[in-house]
Design a protein around this ligand. Structure first.
Ligand code: HEC
Length: 145
């Protein structure tokens, strides 16, 4: 029980510091709002595989599939057919992980799809493709909410 005074001291200082801290945070928040910054969206919490997949996706896939995965990357207007909307649950749930991994690894042609979806099996290893599949599974349409 000797720790008690210390605990008390710490909690006291938190109580004392709290208004000051809140004010600081409030000031920053206000400044960000005034600068027209978007209010920060609540970040999704990713596990290790998903987080790695996200990084890979941002590096290799967003040019066509778009940052949200909805198929609106800056390169997408060039493509016929358009890149698949990877947030479309009805479609995505009908494709098994293994099939997604194969589509990524061997490209669209392998699944009877457009060969504009490149094969990534030479660039990415199996582990990275697994990460990508894990990340694709987290994508949800922004319109549904
Ligand atoms: C050069 C543009 C381009 C890039 C880069 C690209 N894709 Fe695609 N992707 C496409 C197109 C186009 C399709 C649609 C093929 C179709 O429906 O015929 C597609 C389809 C897909 C599909 C659906 C396959 C299926 O079975 O229906 C998945 C999954 C996919 N891409 C994942 C990825 C991932 C992961 C990356 C990054 C490693 C990536 N793509 C990079 C163009 C691209």
């Amino acid at each position: 029980m000797r720790k008690r005074p210390l605990v008390l001291l710490v909690s006291m200082s938190v109580v004392v510091a709290a208004p000051w801290l809140l004010e600081r945070i409030g000031a920053r928040w206000g400044a960000a709002q005034a600068a027209g910054a978007e209010s920060p969206k609540q970040e999704a919490v990713f596990n290790y595989e998903q987080a790695n997949g996200k990084k890979l996706f941002e590096h290799y896939c967003v040019v066509c599939h778009g940052a949200s995965g909805e198929g609106d990357g800056f390169n997408a207007f060039n493509l016929r057919p358009k890149p698949r909307d990877l947030t479309d649950q009805a479609v995505m749930l009908s494709i098994a992980d293994q099939q997604l991994a194969e589509a990524i690894s061997r490209g669209g042609r392998e699944r009877g799809k457009s060969n504009l979806m490149p094969p990534w099996g030479h660039t990415l290893n199996e582990r990275q493709i697994r990460y990508l599949v894990a990340y694709l599974r987290t994508l949800r349409s922004t319109e549904e909410h």
